[in-house]
Ligand binder design. Sequence first.
Ligand SMILES: [Zn+2]
Length: 292
Amino acid sequence: MKIKKIGVRFILILSVALFFCVNPIQSKELVLQEMSWIDVQEYLKSNDMVIIPLGSTEQHGPHMPLGTDYYEAFGMSKMISRKTGVIVAPVLFAGYSEYHSGFPGTLSLKPETMVQVLYETAELLIKYGFRKFMFFNYHGGNSIVQQSVIHRINHTTEAAAIAIGLGGSMQKSGGGEFFDWHAGKGETSIMLYLKPELVKMELAKKPEIKFTKKVEKLYQLAKKSPDLKNVASLYLGVPVETQKGGASHELSNNGIWSFSDVTSASKDMGKQKVSKMVDAAAKFIEAWKKAD
Ligand SMILES: [Zn+2]
């Protein structure tokens, strides 16, 4: 009887062990800061890819944390890591956010400073054997930084670099509501999905948006000549020193840049947006892996 019991137990343990061998669960993301050098050495034997998230620490309205863009870029990078097994290596918490500095707490680095820091980081990673760099940016102000560092890596090192978040060719843009740019319905939805404990919906209020006469006229004319919308955007989200009237606090009384109803943001909408971006990036990574 006893032997029979031990036998049953043994078979049970064996089958559980077998299940996990056959179905390895890639549930944990790989974050460089959480790994040892031994882990990285092991990883590099079979993979030379790395994801670097780019976000910001800047005001995101009265209802969301300053780190919103950072949590978005890092959060989505971790989800991509879980799907693909690629290391995520956060380098910076801050981004280029000068035009938000009318609201306290916003941090900002000059684009050239960021490019230098990211490039020097890449140089070291290349020394260890990383060859494929993917930047997951989720802050519009960093676009120029992302383009510059990618160009510098591609043109001065043996590594290849590409964008997989904002600005990535695999990400289909559009589909959002008109002028829902910052801390509005779309972005609040994403945070309700990724970091709900940091969102205070009771403080989410419709902003008073004030465009300059010039921007208003450009939007009017853009109804006939759509490209003028791009000209209007040159006068928005620029530092107060430019005297264009488009700094964050000149544009919006509470830091939200949106005409949409921010109180209608939802976790479901956020999940949809995030899944779309994460899936597109993960699909691209699997395709790139096959190229070797
Ligand atoms: Zn943001």
